[in-house]
Design a protein around this ligand. Structure first.
Ligand SMILES: Nc1ncnc2c1ncn2[C@@H]1O[C@H](COP(=O)(O)OP(=O)(O)OP(=O)(O)O)[C@@H](O)[C@H]1O
Length: 369
């Protein structure tokens, strides 16, 4: 459609019964992500017809475009013509922090190194973006920053127009900042704790973040002093713990959960990575690192199991090359799983921490006190 025809295209209103059909479909959509349906969570539903297509403008309190696509599919069948949603995310900060333009900060952590935390961070960021959110990544792994390479931007350098703040690096719409953009890896590797945490503070506070719904922090692996200081100082809304099902990784993941509990950061859930390998020839699932360890640790700590990701060769190759998994195999099972994890994180943040959510306990003041 040309710009001119778009300008002169006429919107026509829907009638009462058509609007009711849309409201009912939004109300009836009850899934684990929407136990109260969609209608009660939105503060905007405006529908009209344009060139024999129905457009519904809607707002959602967390990133979950996949669910709207499902509703759009069944409504298109019902109306016998295409219907699509135009969604605006009305995400609210669940914790106060002084970082301009950023709604919610989410830490992605692991007790043990090498469990796939950075790879998972990058793919969750892309998945959240596909679910409709504006997303950034702050690489807090000062001693081994891998985000620049994984985003395909290993040689980029941030610029500063005023000598005080830096512009972040954009990779297909994901905004990022990392010490890896600023100094050679060998320099940062010798920094001591205080120097590393002051570098991290600068990265967080002196970056000109654009409007972001979620800023993911790729935490350094481990539960030592630097991790504890970061979890104490950074005003994160919640944390996600990545682990493999292996005993040794689980013991460290448990320490990670305990660390967040200690500094009163809510744990949004556990991602079990490298859960199994599917044989390309016969489809058999082999549990190379043990079975369901992440699930068990989530249950033990009464937190969500956000997802169980298989070992996947394309995930490894794209991480090494800095390619976008979702450009290569967007309709694959693994991309679907990353998107599910992204929606689980976004919805957990809303349902357990946003005061406006129907499930968040409201504080009621008693006048008799
Ligand atoms: N689901 C997966 N399937 C296949 N390979 C994976 C998967 N997840 C991660 N990997 C690979 O595992 C290796 C380690 O991943 P990554 O660097 O993300 O781990 P990490 O936990 O961030 O490590 P560290 O924090 O110690 O630097 C990488 O080569 C990555 O490509």
């Amino acid at each position: 459609m040309t710009l001119l025809s778009k300008l002169f295209a006429k919107k026509s209103p829907l009638n009462e019964s058509e609007l009711l059909v849309i409201d009912e479909a939004l109300d009836k959509h009850r899934t684990s992500l929407f136990p109260y349906g969609i209608l009660t969570l939105t503060n905007k539903v405006e529908a009209y017809q344009l060139n024999n297509k129905i457009i519904v403008e809607i707002s959602l309190p967390f990133a979950a475009l996949s669910d709207l696509d499902m509703v759009a599919g069944s409504l298109s069948n019902e109306f016998g013509k295409p219907l699509s949603f135009e969604c605006e995310l009305a995400i609210r900060p669940v914790r106060e922090h002084g970082i301009n333009n950023v709604k919610n900060i989410v830490a992605i952590a692991s007790g043990k190194g090498g469990v796939g935390k950075s790879t998972t961070t990058v793919n969750i960021a892309r998945a959240l973006q596909l679910e409709g959110a504006r997303v950034g990544i702050l690489d807090a792994d000062i001693y081994g920053p891998s985000i620049p390479a994984m985003l395909g931007k290993p040689n980029e350098k941030p610029v500063s127009s005023d000598g005080k703040t830096m512009s972040p690096i954009d990779a297909d719409g994901i905004t990022s900042m990392s010490i890896g953009y600023l100094v050679p890896d060998s320099d940062a590797a010798v920094w001591r704790g205080p120097m590393a945490s002051s570098a991290f503070n600068q990265l967080l506070n002196e970056t000109e973040w654009p409007q972001l719904d979620y800023l993911l922090i790729d935490m350094p692996p481990g539960t030592g002093d630097i991790q504890l200081t970061l979890s104490q100082k950074v005003p994160v809304a919640g944390a996600v713990v990545v682990t493999t099902p292996q005993d040794i990784a689980l013991a460290d993941a448990q320490k990670g959960i305990a660390m967040f509990d200690k500094v009163k950061v809510p744990v949004l859930g556990v991602v079990e990575n490298m859960s199994y390998h599917v044989c390309e020839k016969c489809g058999h699932q082999a549990h190379l690192f043990g079975q369901d360890g992440g699930k068990d640790i989530a249950e033990l700590n009464n937190v969500n199991l956000l997802g169980q990701l298989p070992l996947n060769i394309q995930v490894r190759q794209d991480a090494d090359l800095g390619d976008n998994l979702f450009d290569d195999i967007s309709n694959s099972d693994i991309c679907g799983q990353y998107r599910k994890i992204a929606r689980n994180i976004a919805s957990t943040l809303f349902y357990s921490l946003d005061i406006n959510s129907p499930s968040t306990p409201k504080v009621v003041r008693s006048d008799s006190e």
